[in-house]
Design a protein around this ligand. Structure first.
Ligand code: PLP
Length: 408
């Protein structure tokens, strides 16, 4: 198969990009929140909703067989995409948040006891803080926090001081949704494993911008969402090493996750179904498989060069605007820029830019502890995807300058 190597060809596959918002051509820079979908994902979703629709795993009829094949085929494509060893290690969930909650409930039930500890960092999304906090409160364990420095980078030198025998799991973001820095996850995993502590990676942003190989990373869990990876909403993945998943109790009970059921005793299905109770979002899962096939159809070298070009342009342009402060600079940064402008409220700026056709995120970014650390009550965020261009970035910078003039 010929790989796609240019941004114009990619853009043609995304109908959402070709629209006007507020009478202006859309410049969609809120991909960190959710990405637009390529035609192949839209078409498969439509095809299934229009007729290739029968509940999976349950019936002998043709439609059920076809959806089951699409569902299990997607599982296999996703296994290959992140290079998991076995298909049983790929669990469909409603998304990153659900995947982290699954581990925070099920893993902690089995492996965490009163007095133990869990580590997260100061730069996590609420989805990778609150489920652990809830589990710790329930069990009587302690939530420990690895701090970040003034640039938002993990203070690895502080890890040894909090990583003692009480720690039973560490959960960290591959890439922060605020800072866009690719975190040294491999280094952290090595340090944790030396102490026998498993590591969960929140890959909501990471899987979109990095080539993920879970065996090479040697992470114990990896979570991501379909909708940020050009797939549908309401579907995501939990990868887990079999050695843990096998020992973890089911979290949700219901159909499809059982062996035999009686009022005396119920036995559970083997992996992966043990963690997929009830009718899953099988259309979403099949379409996530399609999204992964779409990403694999784009040339990896092109993606890297293109993203570097966007990062260079925006790094230089944003830093040259008076009063702009960008949070998180690094040689290892993705095309995601959170910033403040002195004396200007982020939401005012985001609203003005919206009128100019530029969609940005503003506010706490679901990362309140990090905002507190930086002493701000909100930021603006421009997060780009593979279909965004340098000329859109130029338009964004011009619009930002115009908006700042209007507000001054
Ligand atoms: N973790 C990170 C780093 C994120 O960026 C997000 C979403 O923005 C999440 C977790 C939660 O993802 P979802 O809302 O798809 O479950």
């Amino acid at each position: 198969m010929e790989l796609i190597k240019d941004v114009d060809s990619i853009r043609k596959l995304f109908p959402a990009l070709d629209q006007k918002v507020n009478n202006k051509s859309l410049v969609y820079f809120d991909n960190g929140a959710t990405a637009q979908k390529p035609l192949s994902v839209i078409e498969l979703t439509d095809k299934m909703n229009s007729g290739v629709n029968g509940n999976i795993h349950r019936a002998v009829h043709e439609l059920s067989a076809r959806t089951t094949e699409l569902y299990e085929g997607a599982r296999e494509d996703i296994r290959k995409f992140i290079n998991a060893k076995e298909r049983e290690e790929i669990i469909f969930t409603p998304g990153t948040t659900a995947s982290i909650n699954l581990v925070a409930n099920s893993f902690c039930q089995e492996f965490l006891k009163r007095g133990d500890a869990v580590i997260v960092t100061e730069a996590e999304h609420h989805s990778n803080i609150v489920p652990w906090q809830m589990a710790c409160e329930r069990i009587g364990a302690e939530l420990r926090v690895l701090p970040v420095d003034n640039n938002g980078e993990w203070m690895m030198e502080k890890l040894a001081g909090i990583l003692d025998d009480k720690v039973k799991i560490i959960s960290v973001a591959h890439i922060s949704n605020v800072l866009g820095i690719v975190n040294p996850v491999k280094e952290l995993i090595n340090a944790a494993h030396k102490k026998g502590v498993p590591v969960m990676i929140d890959g909501a942003q990471g899987v979109v911008h990095c080539k993920v190989d879970v065996q090479d990373l040697d992470c114990d869990f990896y979570a991501f969402s379909g909708h940020k990876l050009y797939g549908p909403t309401g579907i995501g993945i939990l990868y887990g090493k079999r050695e843990f998943l096998d020992r973890m109790p089911p979290w949700l009970g219901g159909g499809d996750m059982v062996g035999t059921v009686s009022f005396k005793k119920t036995t559970y299905a083997d992996l992966p179904l043990k963690f997929e109770a009830g009718t899953p979002n099988f259309i979403g899962a099949a379409a996530l498989g399609e999204a992964v096939r779409f990403v694999r159809s784009i040339d990896g070298d092109f993606l890297k060069t293109h993203e570097d070009e966007l990062v260079n342009y925006l790094t230089n342009s944003l830093s040259s605007i008076n009063g702009v402060k960008v949070f998180g600079t690094s040689a290892n940064k993705i095309s995601l820029f959170s910033f403040t402008v002195e004396g200007v409220h982020p939401t005012d700026l985001a609203m003005l830019l919206d009128k100019m056709g530029v969609a940005l995120r503003s506010g706490l970014m679901c990362s309140e502890p990090l905002m507190t650390k930086f002493g701000v009550t909100g930021m603006l965020r421009a997060s780009l995807a593979m279909y965004n261009t340098v000329s859109e970035s130029e338009y964004f910078i011009d619009s930002l300058k115009r908006a700042l003039k209007m507000l001054s």
